[in-house]
Design a protein around this ligand. Structure first.
Ligand SMILES: NC(=O)c1ccc[n+]([C@@H]2O[C@H](COP(=O)([O-])OP(=O)(O)OC[C@H]3O[C@@H](n4cnc5c(N)ncnc54)[C@H](OP(=O)(O)O)[C@@H]3O)[C@@H](O)[C@H]2O)c1
Length: 312
């Protein structure tokens, strides 16, 4: 009986230590969540970083919302997308609404020979913020070998989602380093953190963007550059094929208003509190359960799409 007492005392302290550790962890998480999502860093992005912001894929969705939010904060904006007509329209809207200067560069990021044109368009500008937003996905979830026009799709996804991020950074970062300030926001995706079967190439390109951003942040943070990997779940845009925003699938405006306040606080962010909560829940699921759910959801989306377009 007596010999059991020291063991009971030991278990008591293990239990008390565990409870204290968990209480500290939970308090720290709640404090961090309040600091990021409740308070935020409203002053993290603005003309103090440099006169100009450059946004790729800026005529629609998340890119357009970043362009508007940066203009609202007083930054001049360079808009880069494919269609000159859409660029002209967004450019006029921004000039009229926010009274800032804009420039447009019409290029297709699926091509590799566009970077001299972009370099010329950006020459002489003091760029404080670069948003590497342009991205493309599949028309519908599909098995790798059955992706329509596979060779061309591989090339386009790599050029638009990966090459653009490296090349735009290569053009803009040197001057930021010289001036010891700048912010680079790379729009990855939650599907770059947890692999998404049937969107295999897209998911893998977004993992590249996430790793690229994390490494770049470590390399250049001591030189005054803040690189952020933005990892959204669904946002109601054309790419996501979601028209009506909901609580968990916000409009691009709502998403960007929330995400931009995390700059300077989180070098990796889901950008939106509900997405952050979803990420925490997903990360504790055993991977076989996660894959079963992801595969199941994408299989039904694929079946619905093929039925609708009568391809099977
Ligand atoms: N929406 C989501 O649920 C979601 C979730 C996670 C991550 N993301 C990421 O967020 C980023 C923006 O997505 P989004 O949903 O806002 O897309 P979106 O609404 O489809 O807008 C895409 C923008 O990029 C431009 N663009 C597309 N292809 C281009 C190309 N080849 N060359 C030049 N510009 C091009 C489009 O303009 P033009 O057609 O005029 O060129 C448009 O301005 C992407 O990187 C995407 O992967 C989105």
């Amino acid at each position: 009986m007596e010999s059991l007492l020291p063991a009971a005392g030991f278990l008591y302290w293990v239990g008390a230590g565990t409870v204290a550790y968990l209480a500290l962890r939970i308090s720290y998480s709640l404090f961090t969540a309040f600091r990021v999502w409740g308070v935020g860093n409203e002053a993290g992005v603005g003309p103090g970083l440099g006169e100009w912001a450059v946004v790729t894929g800026s005529t629609d969705g998340i890119g357009k919302s970043y362009a508007e939010e940066l203009a609202k904060r007083g930054m001049k904006v360079v808009l880069i997308s494919r269609s000159q007509d859409k660029l002209n329209q967004v450019s006029s809207e921004i000039k009229e609404k926010f009274k800032v200067e804009t420039r447009t560069i019409a290029v297709d990021f699926a091509s590799e020979d566009i970077y001299d044109k972009i370099k010329t368009g950006l020459a002489g500008l003091e760029i404080g913020v670069l948003v590497n937003n342009v991205g493309m996905s599949y028309e519908y979830p599909e098995y790798f070998l059955d992706i329509p026009d596979l060779d061309n799709t591989i090339k386009k996804l790599i050029n638009v989602n990966i090459l653009s991020v490296c090349k735009m950074t290569r053009l803009v970062l040197p001057r930021m380093v010289e001036r010891s300030k700048g912010v680079i926001l790379n729009i990855s995706s939650a599907s770059g953190v947890l692999p998404v079967p049937l969107l295999t190439i897209y998911s893998a390109t977004k993992a590249f963007v996430d790793f690229f951003s994390q490494c770049l942040h470590e390399e250049y943070k001591s030189k005054g550059i803040f690189v952020q990997s933005v990892l959204p779940y669904y946002v109601a845009t054309k790419l996501a094929k979601i028209r009506k925003p909901t609580f968990d699938k916000p409009s691009s405006e709502t998403f960007v208003k929330s995400a931009i306040k995390t700059v300077g606080l989180q070098s990796r962010t889901n950008g939106y509190p509900i997405h952050s909560l979803t990420s925490s829940i997903s990360s504790i699921l055993p991977s076989w359960i996660y894959f079963k759910i992801a595969m199941g959801l994408n299989k039904s989306t694929r079946a619905r799409y093929l039925k609708k377009t009568k391809k099977n």
